[in-house]
Write a protein that binds this ligand. Sequence first.
Ligand SMILES: Cc1ncc(COP(=O)(O)O)c(C=O)c1O
Length: 452
Amino acid sequence: MNVGFDRAVLAGFRGREERAFAARTRRSAALGLRAAAHLPGSVPMAWMAGLYPTVPLYAAEGAGSRFRDVDGNDYLDFNVGDLSMCAGFGPPAVVRAVSRQVAAGAHFLLPTEDAIWVAEELARRVGVPFWQMTLSATGANTEVLRLARLATGRERLVVFGGHYHGHLDEALVRLVDGALEPDGEGLPRSARAQTRVLPFNDLAALEAELAGGEVALVLTEPALTNCNVVLPEEGFLAGVRALTRRHGALLGLDEAHTFQFAHGGLTRAWELETDFVVLGKGLGTGISFGFYGMTAPLGELHARYLARDGGPRGLAVGGTTYASAVAVAAARAALEELLRPEDYVRIGALGQNLADGLEAHFARHALPWRAFRLGPRSGYCLEPALPVNGAEAARSLDAELIDLRRIYMANRGIWDAVQSAGPQVSLVHEAADIARYLTVAGEFLGELTGRG
Ligand SMILES: Cc1ncc(COP(=O)(O)O)c(C=O)c1O
């Protein structure tokens, strides 16, 4: 692929940037050495090492759109915890609600009244009437699939290439040279039997699969956001809805990311019809919770299959710390005080500025690239045409380039997005933050192309 730059240039300044990074992060490195004795990879959760091109930074504290590492370096954060921190670090409304609820009892294994408020608000905001809470979007997708299997009497899951729906076995499947493979070690090979991976934006492929009558659930993001961005073509999502209905399958829209992109998520913004909606990442508060919403018939089915002590087995859902009083209080605070319609308008406009600024850089540096655009999310498409499916999008996931860019930007106080994403405008970013990102990105592209 002609990516518009010379790879030898990358190698040329990677060493310099890595040395600069190492010099700035000595305390993180020392903590990493100490941690290695008891934490595999020096981290308490593997992604904290695996997602970054350097030794893991140890974080100290954050405020608004910035965090500080243990060496005292400050970073303007465009990764925002892979969208779990879209409300920023330490949002006062969430701090107040969580502190109050922890003091009053974090969890009772009983509902609190806030849960009713939250479900009423999500029903109003997203347009789906019944809601359940989990600890994560993974948990929500797991339960959605189980309920879909109960409702349809079928087992198969359909996802689209370039997907990520969390770490449930059935969704961790990918196509390798046309063959289905578990997407990671430790997964049973049998997970493949339950899943089909189809190309996004291909209704004919979906219809052929659904016609077999074995699909319980089609699960998709409204726009793919885990392989950069793939937008649905005109009529694709309506077609998915029509086909799932016609062939007796259910549809789940996974808005774990995209709920942070528009008020009520893309389900509301794009007026999508669906059977399930999945939310996650603590609605951008960073606190561990997820939700799934469902239609009235599915809500009633869910209620009929409650597990009761000594009674029938019930639907396999739930967990001890799910829907805790503190998680519900955080969700209420976020919905009531932070995620307002005008906030999404504001960050959507900033996202547009970010994408426009990146494209201006690409033009200035004679790079035949495009910027991804999905509300507050942008990114680097290394080709002149935007992708229509995950396979095309994967061509822009150039690990060598992305990792060097991230180290370069970190050395200049910008924490850029994980490889599969692009820079994200959060609710607490300001115009000056976008300008700063663009300045540093421009310097990077100038060095990369020698046309600075
Ligand atoms: C669309 C989507 N669904 C589900 C998940 C899983 O979320 P979690 O890891 O919080 O369970 C993710 C995580 O990135 C995601 O992007």
